[in-house]
Write a protein that binds this ligand. Structure first.
Ligand code: DGP
Length: 150
């Protein structure tokens, strides 16, 4: 049990080796991420200032149920550190993004949707409908989804 009675459903800190892709053009050159933004809603959830139904947390990530679920399972995974959008991601955060995907997989299993199918969505910017500017991964499942997305 962790902070506020949270259950860890996956074991944090497992070593993962991911292939390192060639650096694509347009990669951000910003080196140091900003750790926390006092006015950011999701930073405030990380700090425990705003309540949320947290299903997992470790020293890098928090996962909690979306306040406006679009499917029977709708969980948001966020990093502790403040990254506004995928456009601001820097190479040193690549492992963190891998960690987010592995947590999504573990949550899908825990929610019983791994076999029926599930979806990961990261909205980036206005045209994608991003409304909270702290990178977050939607983990959705428990119903059929259409394609292409609306
Ligand atoms: P996006 O549109 O990709 O930026 O998704 C933001 C999501 O965040 C949206 O599905 C609703 C959710 N959300 C916004 N405010 C809160 C909150 O205070 N608590 C929780 N649990 N979810 C929130």
């Amino acid at each position: 049990m962790g902070r506020r009675g949270v259950h860890c459903i996956v074991r944090p800190g497992r070593a993962v080796s991911l292939p390192v892709p060639n650096r694509p053009s347009g990669y951000s050159s910003r080196k140091e991420p900003r750790l926390s933004d006092p006015n950011c809603l999701f930073c405030r959830i990380v700090r425990g200032e705003i309540p949320a139904t947290i299903v997992y947390q470790d020293d890098q990530l928090v996962a909690f149920r979306d306040i406006n679920p679009q499917a029977p399972t709708h969980i948001l995974i966020i990093p502790h550190e403040h990254v506004a959008t995928l456009n601001e991601l820097v190479p040193s955060q690549g492992k963190l993004m891998g960690h987010m995907h592995l947590l999504a997989q573990a949550l899908a299993r825990a929610e019983g949707i791994a076999e029926s199918g599930w979806r990961v969505v990261i909205n980036c910017g206005a045209d994608a409908g991003q409304s909270v500017f702290h990178v977050h991964m939607h983990v959705l499942g428990g119903r059929s989804f259409g394609w292409p997305p609306g």
